[in-house]
Design a protein around this ligand. Structure first.
Ligand SMILES: O=C[C@H](O)COP(=O)(O)O
Length: 250
């Protein structure tokens, strides 16, 4: 039985003061529902405020990226997974499509970051997903296989057992165009099949695969009703306490 995970990705939004204000409203709204794990991934500068505000609650904090080694060094603006861990993080998002699209991250660097995050004891949420033109030309499964085989497939079975996969169709991110539960289910199943082929049936049955892309309180139930959807990676709706609580308490 896979415990759902509802993770909020704040992207480049909120200050430390706004982070504190968010948690003051959000925590009471999710205090009684325990059917899902909950995570918030704020910008790096808000992590300390988020960790402090979430202390003693069921909400884990995560980074939105990390560097691919834990050894400190002269890499301006980078943050090691070990630093995130020391700051109180439990999770880290890796390979988000915005990182791939605007900051040239590749499947190869996604793999390196994932390994470093695991080494530091973080739970990586590794993102995959196709562009609109790739879906429209019928290449979704091929693109996902390439991302999977070039990235996640390079983990050892022991490493793989500790990650979460996030499927985010790029055309559904921030557009209001959520994938239908049927489209999301088909694709999640295809990803689970890739996992089974590489790591075996047991690993495929155990791994959590989150859906991301315009998830809101009013569409989360339909998505979560599908057998291969194990939670959500939420952008816009995670910025408002009431909306994210609506997703968490689906
Ligand atoms: O990481 C989250 C996703 O990019 C989804 O963003 P969104 O919920 O604003 O579409």
């Amino acid at each position: 039985m896979r415990t759902p995970l509802m993770a909020g990705n704040w992207k480049m939004f909120k200050t430390p003061a706004e982070t504190k204000a968010f948690f003051e409203k959000f925590l009471p709204l999710v205090a009684t529902s325990t059917h899902a794990d909950v995570a918030i991934c704020p910008p790096f500068v808000d992590i300390a405020a988020a960790v402090e505000a979430a202390a003693g609650s069921r909400v884990g904090i995560g980074g939105q990226n990390c560097y691919w080694q834990n050894k400190e060094g002269a890499f301006t603006a980078e943050v090691t997974p070990a630093m995130l861990k020391a700051a109180g993080c439990t999770y880290v998002i890796i390979g988000h499509s915005e990182r791939r699209q605007y900051f040239h991250e590749t499947d190869e660097t996604v793999l390196k970051r994932t390994k470093a995050a695991l080494e530091a004891g973080l739970i990586p949420m590794v993102c995959v997903g196709e562009l609109l033109e790739e879906r429209e030309s019928g290449r979704t499964n091929e693109v996902l296989a390439t991302q999977f085989n070039g990235g996640i497939a390079g983990l050892t079975p022991e490493e793989f057992a500790k990650i979460v996969i996030a499927y985010e169709p790029v055309w559904a991110i921030g557009t209001g165009k959520v994938a239908t539960p049927e489209i999301a289910q088909d694709t999640h199943k295809a990803i689970r099949d890739l996992v089974a082929a590489k790591f075996g049936a047991e690993a495929a049955a155990a791994v959590r695969i989150l859906y991301g892309g315009s998830v809101k309180p009013d569409n989360v139930k339909g998505l979560m009703a599908k057998p291969d959807i194990d939670g959500a990676l939420v952008g816009g709706a995670a910025l408002k306490p009431e909306d994210f609580a609506g997703v968490v308490n689906f």
